[in-house]
Design a binder for this molecule. Sequence first.
Ligand code: ARG
Length: 561
Amino acid sequence: MKEQIIQLIATVADLDQETVANLLEIPPKADMGDYAFPCFQLAKTLRKAPPMIAAEIAEKITDVEILDHVEVKGAYVNFFLKKEMFVKSMIEQEDVDNFGSSTIGEGKTICIDYSSPNVAKNFHVGHLRTTIIGNSLYKIYSKLGYKVERINHLGDWGTQFGKLIVAYKSWGSKEAVEKDGVAELMRLYVKFHEEAEKDDSLNDQAREWFNQMEQGNQEALEIWQWFVDISLKEYKGTYELLNMEFDHYLGESFYRDKTADVVKRLQDAGLLKESQGAQIVDLEEYDMAPCLITKKDGSSIYATRDLAAIFYRKERWNFEKCLYVTGQEQKLHFAQVFKVVELLGNDWAKDSLVHIPYGLVSLEGAKLSTRSGNIIYAEDILLEAIDKVTGIIAEKNPDLADQDEVAKIVGVGAIIFHDLYNQRIKDVSFKWDKVLNFDGETGPYVQYTYCRCASILRTVSYDENADIDYSLLLDEEAIALIREINRFPEVVLDAAERYEPSVVARFAMDVAQSFSRFYNACRVNVEDEKLRNARAKLVALTKKTLKDALDLLGIQCPEQM
Ligand code: ARG
């Protein structure tokens, strides 16, 4: 219908369709019409006052099938569509399986580098954010037809592993590591630093062990691999709770034999400079600190491995974009690395490599169970959420089927939704009352709305395939809901363009709230069969849209809760 309006304006105002399409707006309020055409910009070329142009356009529009009427308001021509036809056209768009998807990404690949915890360290709440945001971006881009490679760039290489080997050999035991896993490895790491303060020779030993790892010493690599396996097992437990997966676990260690090539490329391009024994790329010209490439002892660092990873990924997947989801504190690191890639003559680096930062998590007055001190394990938060929901279900709906499964979906969904509801760059403050409030702007509220839709459709008898009489869906609340749902395709595009899952989370909330207003105003289980069918159709569309939107966030929907 939008197309028809554009054509109409183009004809009567003698403009090309593209100009009209760019100007045409959707007014913020329904009483301003379904579409509005502003005439300010035409004043110059037509040499007339905008309100006059608007009046002339309106005058020439008579008797158009889809239009109820037009109105001139200042410099705007407001178009009021025949409601029934408008509703019909929107519902027809919404009533397809792949509503919200697109093919704009077909044939293109996006790499997303996210989660990427550091081996032998706990998977903390910060890693939870990158995991949740990265997974949602994966879903959003997939919906637009892109092929997405989900990459876990584990922090599994570096001098810290030399320290850990020394600590393990001095104060550790196989049993303790096997029993307590990452927590024990962290204890050993802390112990190393305490002891090294008193005895500097420990640092030399640590360097030597890492050196051995880099040289391929079997004993060193066996211990290291064991640390990796133990850590990965714990991380995978967290991913399982979240119901999230990766296509590739390619940690930093994967690039250890690929960094020499990076150094050579930089050397050949004349970009390497010596500075106090280390090799750097000077970035002063770009207002950045130099990018360190190799240390005094010749070993590579985090940035070197990131450079190697970029070339590897470009070669293997020829990505359109490679996205990095990490905290803001790594902003400079990525700016440096991306610049170095560009300086090597890769123009694509400018648009293709994108750092996606996010804010901090604070635990405002929240009492969280912790295993040691104030280190917050992501898994503990997820388990606590599930536990709390289990309690709520036992109290409010003790006869519910599959309680464990529902508690998991709702508890984990609450955490994910809370994380994604505000712009990612904002800090997240965590309060259980807020996260789990079933009436607030929360994941459980949206899931609950979904369950209400499911329950209505289970209990009301209606004909799924009946022809809908669209004139029965003209209540203000019904139209508002249909309009809201209709935004879905734009919402997905917008979220992808801005790497911003919160756009989808807000949309899910808007649909849920709009549904509540509809349901309060319009009973579904009415005598009149036609009215029942029409309203049930709208319930079914809401249900499908809520499920699809939550899926883009990585949240599942129970049928009952
Ligand atoms: N392991 C890093 C950390 O925990 C994040 C890695 C991000 N990805 C990358 N390619 N550098 O801070």
